[in-house]
Design a protein around this ligand. Structure first.
Ligand code: NAD
Length: 271
C-alpha cells in the first residue's frame, strides 16, 4: 500500500472493481489533494485497484474484508458504489472507524438511510448520499422543481443500461420526491385508466408521479420528465453519455464531506 502524503484526503473505495467504483479509483488517484488508500469488492480480489481502473498500478490491492481494510488503511472518506444489499452494515463499519461517507449506491431503503443519518449525527461525521452526481442531472431536477409549481401533471421515463439492478432509478425516485415537495399539495389529474390490460404498463407510482423504467443495451443513464398542460407538453431531459459525468461531483463530495458533521441527501444540498 503506497504511503499518502499527510495532507491528502485518504479515500477507501467500496465496489472498486465495478463500473462506477473503478472510475472513482481512477479519479481519486488523479487528484492532487486525495489518494486511494483502500479498495474493497467481492470481485477481482487481490488485483491492483489502479490496474482494474485502467490507471496503472497504484499499490492498493482489492480486498473483500471491509473491516480489516478500514483498520489497516484508516481512510478519511469511504466512497460507496456497490449495491443496496448489505449497505447498512458497510456504512456503519465506515462510521465506526471514524470515516465519512460518500454514497452513490441507489435503491437503499429510506429507513436504512434514516438510521445511517442518526449514526452520522451521533458520531459527528459527514455523510453525503447523492442519487446522481452529474451536474446536468442535478440541474434537470432543479428545473423540474420549478416547472412542477406551474404544471402539476407529470410522468417520468428513465432509461438505463441492461445491467442495472434496481428500478426505478435512484434519480427517478428522488426527482419524484422533489416534485412532490415543489407541488406543495397541488393535485395531479386523476389517472383515466379503467382497464389495464397489461399490469404495470402505466408505470410504477412514486407518490402521484408515474415512473416508467426502460432497461436496454445501448443506454447508459437517461431521464425524461414530461409535464402535461392544456394543449402543450414540456419535456426536460438529461442524457449521461459517459460515467465520467459523475466524477467531478464525486470529487467535490469527497472534498466537502471532510468538513461536515451530519448527513445530507442530494448533491444540490452540498454545493
Ligand atoms: P457494478 O455492478 O458495475 O459495480 C458494483 C460493484 O460492487 C461490483 O464490482 C460488485 O462486485 C461490488 N459489490 C457488490 N456487493 C458488494 C459488497 N457487499 N461488498 C463489496 N463490493 C460489493 O455497478 P455500477 O454500475 O458501478 O453501479 C453501482 C451502484 O451505483 C448502483 O447502485 C448504481 O445504481 C449506482 N450509480 C449511482 C450513480 C450516482 O451518480 N449516484 C451513478 C451511476 C450508478
Amino acid at each position: 500500500m503506497s504511503k499518502p502524503a499527510k495532507s491528502k484526503i485518504k479515500v477507501l473505495v467500496t465496489g472498486a472493481a465495478g463500473r462506477m467504483g473503478s472510475n472513482v479509483v481512477r479519479t481519486v488517484a488523479a487528484q492532487k489533494d486525495m489518494c486511494v488508500v483502500g479498495a474493497v469488492d467481492i470481485a477481482r480480489v487481490g488485483a491492483d485497484a489502479g490496474e482494474i481502473a485502467g490507471a496503472g498500478a497504484i499499490g492498493v490491492l482489492i480486498t473483500d474484508g471491509l473491516a480489516a481494510t478500514l483498520r489497516a488503511s484508516r481512510p478519511d472518506v469511504v466512497v460507496d458504489f456497490t449495491s443496496a444489499e448489505g449497505f447498512e452494515k458497510r456504512a456503519a463499519a465506515a462510521l465506526d472507524n471514524g470515516a465519512r461517507l460518500v454514497v452513490g449506491t441507489t435503491g437503499i431503503d429510506a429507513a436504512v438511510l434514516k438510521r445511517i443519518a442518526a449514526k452520522a449525527a451521533k458520531k459527528q461525521l459527514g455523510v453525503i448520499v447523492a442519487p446522481n452526481f452529474a451536474i446536468g442531472a442535478v440541474l434537470m431536477m432543479k428545473f423540474a422543481r420549478e416547472a412542477a409549481r406551474y404544471m402539476p401533471d407529470i410522468e417520468i421515463i428513465e432509461l438505463h443500461h441492461d445491467q442495472k439492478a434496481d428500478s426505478p432509478s435512484g434519480t427517478a425516485h428522488y426527482t419524484a420526491e422533489l416534485i412532490a415537495a415543489a407541488k406543495m399539495g397541488m393535485p395531479s389529474r386523476k389517472d383515466p385508466t379503467k382497464i389495464e390490460k397489461v399490469k404495470g404498463c402505466r408505470g410504477g407510482a412514486v407518490g402521484d408521479v408515474s415512473v416508467h423504467s426502460v432497461r436496454l443495451p445501448g443506454f447508459l443513464a437517461h431521464q425524461e420528465i414530461i409535464f402535461g398542460g392544456v394543449g402543450q407538453t414540456l419535456t426536460i431531459r438529461h442524457d449521461t453519455t459517459s460515467r465520467d459525468s459523475f466524477m467531478p461531483g464525486v470529487a467535490l463530495a469527497v472534498r466537502k464531506v471532510i468538513g461536515m458533521k451530519t448527513y445530507v441527501r442530494g448533491l444540490e444540498n452540498v454545493v
